[in-house]
Design a protein around this ligand. Structure first.
Ligand SMILES: *[C@@H]1O[C@H](CO)[C@@H](O)[C@H](O)[C@H]1NC(C)=O
Ligand SMILES: *[C@@H]1O[C@H](CO)[C@@H](O)[C@H](O)[C@H]1NC(C)=O
Ligand SMILES: *[C@@H]1O[C@H](CO)[C@@H](O)[C@H](O)[C@H]1NC(C)=O
Ligand SMILES: *[C@@H]1O[C@H](CO)[C@@H](O)[C@H](O)[C@H]1NC(C)=O
Ligand SMILES: *[C@@H]1O[C@H](CO)[C@@H](O)[C@H](O)[C@H]1NC(C)=O
Length: 771
């Protein structure tokens, strides 16, 4: 990590910007002025968005600060209406069914809680104009810093989010010494109950909130070297100091129900951090984050001089000409890994996963409530978790699923009269809210959230081979998810089907042979995505039962239901049918690619995808990267690359946050981009497939180290001239290794021709070479 001295050395020679590895650092020569131009840092629970402005602004978040407490929104009229709605669907009265769904099944109130800002920190240095300005985020350590001169003095601000210490820690310094003045304050627009600063004993600023949100206490501790300290009762002013350290924490009623318990936790964390001191807190934080992020390294070649520009220039150059180099792709990939680790860690029994904005939010009405949208977006957040070797980030997602299960079990009873199993609809919140969300036929009535989320636990097992995890964490979720459908599904036309349900957020035109022909509707029986999710769920149950030696009804139910799920239907254009019938779509270029859930290499999958893309899909950041991930399954490297270029020319905000509709921040596109780049280089859906979709002409030479594959294999690959020059596979737990290289090329393992899967030994490395 370059210290202040090396930073200033570089400032003296601007051409030496080359030293800032263009694949690793986001750097700016101007301050940020919004969340989407800030430097985002986080320890999985606390987030900091650093503006680096003259009067420093840091927007602070704690991921359990939401708009309120638990509320049972389930609609008591659902259960009695269910059979009449199903009858209407079967009779072809799609509009009638849709209307009755809205009338009887929508949540009361219609929306769950929303994610809220915690507090803002301001640090007023008395500086007006900042010269020789630099602002940097290091994606390999999760740290940020700002350097500048003002009034002939050199100033440095450093920022770190510590996972081990559970706090944020900032250090400000001046050179020469004792030139640092700062007034530090915390503020919040809503619900502040008390706000105070104290300089007797600890120098602390405390803000307590207990209205319009869950209750919490935030505190900043100020530690100065040299200088004097004063307070006006709400802020702290330090004068003539050489360094000022600030430690910050927030603890909430979500994790500690009594005020005394959360304030004891707050005091403990801050006391420990102050006692250890900034340097020790920083060293431990950097050691932790860089060990995890450093498991992987990606090199796609150099961008040359184009990579040495500040981020805004790199982005605008790239817009004009994507030949501005592959390092922007690699930086975006690395940034995705940094953002995931920063927003999703094991922070105790009730860890919270990355929401629609990770954990960075400065608005009381954020886009889509910044919640957990589980009809694609939350799942996409976790696509890079395993393949890019960040398995521990999954824990927070699994904790939220466990929080949601009892809620979902109560909802299964209340809405559908099902005594077993759990159901969640298309969104959830920190309480595991399980009711339908918002009120509209294209999105509200979708009882498949539990099925989709449960798949992530089975995949976690497939990658890690951790049987204890499969037995104690994954199996209970899979079983409870499946148990719901054994009660809920009904027989129609010889199949077990869902209904009322929908194909996420898409609509069709009611055909002429059904009632209300010509109307735009969303509700139906057995949309393709539901069948495919059920197919996956029952297959996962059967696979898990086999590994765990589970017999009896858990196994036989899954086998029975699997055999009666409707197979994918092919339409007149060779596409996978999205709904029960070949309805005309209202929006052929829809952003969701739901019918392609089972990313199968069948022809109809391919034609549906192309058809939707031709019609203009990929219209939001996350939809575009969804397309990239699908093209990876089609082994079309050049197409992935061209979408990656379009993505980078279109969707990144100033700090490379992905944008959704209307250019607002939505983090799923950051994560989906990262997974798509990984899937270009390695896939392990059925075999460990090396370079399945390399864009050979765009990135002829390169290497990747530390990708993670199903079977608990770690894979390093090098290539040149568009083809593999060597790879190693490290078997973490032994087991069978089935391999494929590129498009079925011949290769050797440890110098012997590969003809069939090999039995590996735990801890041993296998060298793969081409003949
Ligand atoms: C401040 O930074 C400049 C530029 O790098 C350097 O030449 C100078 O020595 C620094 N001043 C102090 C007091 O460290
Ligand atoms: C800091 O504040 C003190 C007290 O107001 C003042 O004397 C001093 O000049 C200030 N230092 C700088 C570098 O502005
Ligand atoms: C996937 O495709 C194969 C044929 O290529 C087919 O047998 C299988 O049923 C398909 N699975 C799903 C869930 O679509
Ligand atoms: C890739 O490597 C080959 C041979 O090592 C070299 O001739 C070629 O210029 C390289 N291409 C790029 C784009 O770096
Ligand atoms: C690999 O292991 C399996 C099961 O342990 C065994 O049946 C098979 O014969 C082994 N294959 C080779 C090539 O050693």
């Amino acid at each position: 990590m370059p210290g202040a001295r090396s930073i200033f050395a570089i400032l003296a020679f601007p051409s030496a910007y080359a030293q800032w590895d263009p694949s690793r650092y986001l750097y700016f020569t101007t301050a940020g002025n919004s969340l989407s131009s800030s430097l985002p840092l986080g320890n999985g629970r606390l987030g900091a968005a650093v503006y680096g402005s003259a009067i420093e602004k840091v927007s602070l978040n704690e991921n359990s600060v939401w708009s309120g407490s638990w509320q049972d929104r389930g609609n008591v009229n659902s259960k009695d209406a269910l059979s009449s709605i199903r009858q209407k669907l079967q009779n072809g009265d799609l509009s009638g069914a849709g209307k009755q769904v809205l009338d009887t099944m929508s949540g009361v109130p219609t929306s769950p809680k929303q994610y809220h800002p915690t507090v803002d920190m301001e640090i007023d240095f008395g500086h007006i104009s900042l010269d020789n300005y630099m602002r940097v985020l290091d994606t390999s350590q999760g740290t940020g810093w700002v350097t500048y001169t003002a009034g002939g003095v050199n100033y440095t601000r450093k920022y770190v989010a510590s996972y081990p210490a559970g706090v944020l820690a900032f250090r400000m310094t001046s050179a020469p010494v004792r030139k640092l003045n700062a007034t530090i304050s915390l503020s919040r627009k809503q619900g502040v109950q008390s706000h105070s600063a104290s300089i007797s004993g600890d120098n602390s600023i405390t803000l307590k909130v207990n209205k319009g949100s869950i209750a919490f206490t935030s505190e900043a501790r100020v530690v100065n070297d040299k200088g004097s300290v004063a307070s006006d009762g709400t802020s702290i002013t330090v004068s003539d100091a050489t360094t000022i350290d600030i430690f910050f924490d927030t603890e909430t009623s979500y994790r500690y129900s009594s005020q005394s318990a959360r304030e004891a936790e707050l005091k403990k964390k801050l006391d420990n951090a102050v006692e250890a001191g900034y340097l020790a807190v920083r060293t431990a934080a950097v050691t932790d984050a860089s060990a995890i992020l450093g498991r992987m390294n990606l090199d796609l070649g150099s961008s040359g001089a184009a990579g040495n520009e500040p981020i805004p220039t790199r982005l605008s150059n790239y817009k004009k000409n994507a030949n501005a180099g592959p390092e922007l792709v690699v930086l975006y990939f690395n940034y995705g890994r940094h953002l995931l680790l920063a927003s999703s860690r094991d922070t105790g029994d009730r860890s919270l996963p990355a929401n629609l904005q990770g954990l960075w939010n400065d608005q009381y009405s954020p886009p889509w409530q910044s919640k957990y949208t589980i009809n694609i977006n939350t799942e996409m957040n976790y696509w890079p978790a395993l393949i890019t070797n960040l398995a521990e980030t999954n824990k927070a997602l699994f904790d939220l699923i466990d929080t949601a299960r009892p809620r979902g079990a109560a909802m299964a009873q209340k809405m559908y009269g099902c005594d077993n199993g759990f159901v969640i609809h298309h969104n959830t919140d920190l309480w595991g809210d399980a009711a339908p969300v918002d009120k509209g036929t294209p999105y509200m009535m979708w009882p498949m959230g539990g099925a989709w989320l449960s798949q992530h636990l089975m995949e976690h097992y497939r990658f890690t081979q951790d049987k204890a995890f499969l037995q104690h964490r994954a199996w209970p979720v899979l079983k409870q998810a499946a148990d719901f459908y054994y009660c809920y599904l009904f027989m129609y036309d010889g199949h077990y089907v869902t209904g009322p349900s929908l194909s996420p957020e898409n609509t069709y035109i009611v055909p002429s042979n059904m009632k209300t022909a010509g109307r735009q509707e969303g509700i139906d029986i057995a949309p393709a995505i539901d069948n495919q999710l059920l197919w996956e769920l029952f297959t996962n149950i059967i696979d898990a039962a086999k590994i765990l030696g589970i017999m009896g009804t858990d196994l036989t139910n899954a086998q029975n239901y699997l055999s009666k799920i409707k197979a994918p239907q092919v339409g007149s254009k060779g596409q996978t049918l999205e709904w029960r019938n070949e309805y005309k779509e209202s929006e052929p270029g829809h952003r969701h690619m739901s019918p392609l859930f089972v990313q199968n290499l069948s022809r109809c999958f391919e034609s549906t995808h192309r058809w939707r893309m031709r019609a203009g899909s990929g219209s939001t950041g996350w939809s575009r990267v969804w397309a990239m991930n699908l093209y990876a399954r089609l082994f079309e490297g050049a197409t992935i690359w061209s979408h990656a270029e379009t993505f980078l020319q279109t969707y990144p905000l100033e700090n490379l946050f992905n944008s959704g509709e209307n250019r607002w921040f939505q983090i799923d596109g950051n994560f989906g981009f990262t997974s798509a780049i990984a899937e270009m280089l390695l896939q392990s859906h059925s075999v460990v497939h090396i370079l399945p979709a390399l864009p050979a002409s765009a990135v002829p030479n390169g290497s990747v180290k530390g990708l993670f594959a199903r079977g608990n294999f770690v894979v390093d690959i090098e290539w040149s001239g568009g083809s593999m020059t060597g790879a190693t596979v490290t078997a973490r737990s032994g087991g069978q290794l089935a391999l494929r290289v590129e498009n079925g090329a011949d290769f050797e393992v440890n110098g012997k021709a590969y003809t069939a899967p090999i039995n590996t030994t735990a801890g041993v490395k296998y060298d793969i070479t081409k003949k």
